[in-house]
Design a protein around this ligand. Structure first.
Ligand SMILES: [Cu+2]
Length: 168
């Protein structure tokens, strides 16, 4: 029930956003989320045999119990906004992360200030770069699965999106 309500509110925000865009760029931020997807992942170590995920995911991230979500964030408004967090029923914690190379080592860090989406600009979350990190996965993510994710923006508030699991 709660999710359904969130979707309705998100749709209303989207409709208002489109209406505003029709008469010029909105004064505030106007965020659109496109193409949300997650890589396949396994639930936490408590549910999967220890060590099975070791090395299977590669790319320096993706230990058992974590997942990563990617998407395109567009802002058609005249004001920047920030993606500061999120929540989902399939994971205990949602964080905004960045992967970067330090020499030959791929490292991942949490963006404590969030991720800025510039006015009249867009940001792509993709493997090897920005991502929404799911920590403490409660279920496996298999290709074709879909799940609900709430994104929290500094100015635009909460936005519900549906992510599809697929191979990178
Ligand atoms: Cu991460």
């Amino acid at each position: 029930m709660h999710v359904g309500k969130t979707i309705r509110i998100a749709s209303m925000i989207l409709v208002v956003g489109i209406a505003l865009a029709a008469c010029g760029a909105p004064a505030g931020p106007s965020i659109q989320v496109q193409d949300a997807w997650a890589r396949p992942a396994m639930a936490g170590a408590g549910m999967a045999p220890a060590g099975t995920a070791e090395g299977a995911m590669g790319q320096g991230m993706g230990a058992a119990g974590t997942g990563a979500v990617f998407m395109q964030l567009a802002n058609e408004g005249q004001e920047a906004d920030r993606l500061v967090g999120g929540r989902t029923e399939i994971a205990q914690v949602v964080e905004i992360h960045e992967t970067r190379m330090e020499g030959d080592v791929m490292k991942m860090q949490m963006l404590s200030e969030g991720l800025e989406i510039p006015a009249r600009g867009s940001v792509r979350l993709e493997p090897g770069g920005y991502h929404v990190m799911l920590i403490g996965l409660k279920q496996d993510l298999a290709p074709g699965d879909r799940f609900e994710l709430e994104l929290q923006f500094e100015k635009s508030g909460t936005m519900a999106v549906e992510a599809e699991v697929r191979q990178p």
